[in-house]
Design a protein around this ligand. Structure first.
Ligand code: ATP
Ligand code: MG
Length: 207
């Protein structure tokens, strides 16, 4: 019933998915929820009237909820990681971060500074000191706020000790191309998606 507050579990239960051409899509969700984004393992919705999101995992990835929760427990109280509020079988509730992903910044021509690259390095270094293995750092997993702070979302894969070079590769691209005169002010989405696709096929073990 509209106007009546639901529990997080009720909100999670309201979400259903369908598979279209091998990809999960949100099929239905409670009208109070507004979608923030979707990745390979989950869809994320802004919850009404509070600064929180609910990340609901697609059925084959439900166990990732617990893993992401365990990782968050190791990095509480760090300004560049979201605060976590609740976990259940197929969802987590964490802090809503108002900002744009690095992907959106490149697309819209919003400058990404050297300081912001260093912020990511520092935050990943901190995660390492907490016994985690930063992994899967790509353009959709970095949110940049209006005051220039970079927040790292999606730390589900930080418990995988297998070395991940994605962030090093992204950084190398930043130093080699981003600051050059030929680099476009706005990068078309199709181009970034094509580069990501080539990267994944050339280096299948790096993501
Ligand atoms: N805390 C948040 N605040 C605002 N938007 C968010 C938040 N968390 C996630 N998002 C949005 O939802 C998208 C998907 O979230 P997330 O990266 O957690 O999903 P995923 O399925 O684990 O991703 P991946 O494909 O990297 O495995 C993000 O790229 C971002 O646009
Ligand atoms: Mg992600």
């Amino acid at each position: 019933m509209a106007g009546v507050t639901k529990t997080y579990k009720q909100y999670a239960d309201s979400v259903s998915f369908r598979v279209v051409k091998g990809t999960y899509e949100v099929y239905s969700s409670h009208p109070h929820l507004s979608i923030c984004g979707a990745g390979r393992s989950a869809a994320v919705f802004k919850l009404p009237e509070e600064n929180r999101v609910i990340k609901v995992y697609y059925p084959p990835f439900e166990s990732v909820a617990k893993q992401e929760y365990i990782n968050y427990m190791k990095i509480t109280d760090h300004p560049q990681y979201a605060s976590l509020y609740e976990v259940d079988t197929n969802y987590i509730v964490h802090e809503y971060i108002k900002g744009k992903t690095a992907f959106q910044c490149l697309h819209e021509g919003i400058h990404i500074s050297l300081d912001q690259i260093k912020q990511v390095d520092d935050a990943l270094g901190y995660a390492r000191t907490q016994g985690l293995y930063p992994s899967d750092i790509h353009l959709h997993n970095l949110l940049i706020t209006s005051d220039g702070l970079v927040r790292i979302i999606d730390i589900a894969r930080f418990s995988n000790p297998k070395p991940c070079r994605q962030w090093d590769d992204l950084k190398a691209g930043y130093y080699k191309h981003y600051r050059k005169a030929y680099f476009p002010t706005q990068v078309p989405k199709w181009l970034m998606n094509t580069v990501a696709k080539i990267y994944r096929s050339r280096y299948p073990n790096r993501h």
